[in-house]
Design a protein around this ligand. Structure first.
Ligand SMILES: [Zn+2]
Length: 258
């Protein structure tokens, strides 16, 4: 993932990268909106209208993904946790932290910042769509409402309780606080993420086979990615502590030399 990325710049002090695969998502989403979602709701709209609205909505959605990721990173930085980078790619965004949060409260604060941001964008877009409905062209209202609904769905989806989803980090923080055992909490959250990912693969395949829908394939791909990430988190759940202790030792050696 670190290869083939382009540095967008430092946003709010966080190095932000874009992977080439984000272009695939942007193109697919624009095409889906312009050729299917918008014409289905507004049969009277012209092709140039649905394509302009599609480009706007898909770009605004990518910006709201970016806001979601930056929210995680900004909260982390504010709380003294170093952030390596934010990367946007085909299946969404990733915030990579250089340090593990030192206590469950920090872990929770960093995790909830993303879904809360998506929820806030979702609710404010839906409110705007409702407010402008009496006087704005119908295609504008429908596009803004789509952006709102999609962000609310994004917030709810990310709140599913399994790592690497945000809900999995929330679960980890909660279990960590209850038991005091971070590694055990992380392993439970990763196992839950693996089950959620497997369920998504099955659901997605069933949807693709019965309805022949592209959404089903997307869900399968997302589920497959979640299972893979959860599996990678399981063994490291026992080794992260050691790796971190090692880094801290290196850091303190550097400091003592200065
Ligand atoms: Zn998130």
């Amino acid at each position: 993932m670190r290869r083939n990325t382009l540095l967008l710049g430092r946003i709010a002090g966080v190095r932000t990268f874009v992977h080439w695969s984000l272009g695939v998502t942007l193109a697919l989403l624009t095409w889906l909106l312009a050729e299917s979602t918008l014409p289905n709701r507004l049969p009277q709209a012209t092709t140039s209208q649905t394509w302009s609205a599609g480009i706007f909505a898909a770009s605004a959605f990518v910006l709201s993904l970016l806001a979601h990721e930056l929210a995680h990173s900004i909260v982390a930085v504010r709380m003294g946790v170093r952030v390596d980078r934010v990367t946007l790619w085909m299946l969404g965004g990733m915030s990579e932290l250089r340090d593990e949060p030192a206590d469950p409260r920090l872990d929770l604060a960093i995790a909830v910042a993303g879904p809360l941001t998506s929820l806030a964008i979702g609710i404010s877009s839906l409110t705007t769509a409702f407010a402008i409905e009496p006087f704005a062209p119908e295609i504008v209202t429908v596009t803004v409402a789509w952006l709102g609904t999609t962000n609310v769905v994004l917030a709810l989806f990310n709140a599913l309780p399994g790592a690497p989803l945000d809900g999995g980090r929330i679960l980890r923080a909660w279990l960590w606080r209850r038991s005091g055992d971070r590694l055990h909490a992380a392993a439970t959250a990763a196992r839950s993420g693996r089950n959620i990912g497997a369920a998504m693969i099955l659901l997605g395949m069933a949807e693709a086979l019965t309805l022949g829908s592209a959404g089903g394939l997307w869900l399968t791909l997302l589920g497959w990615f979640i299972v893979g990430s959860a599996n990678r988190e399981l063994p490291t759940a026992t080794s992260t502590g050691e790796a971190l202790r090692f880094t801290h030792r290196v850091d303190s050696q550097h400091r003592s030399k200065e």
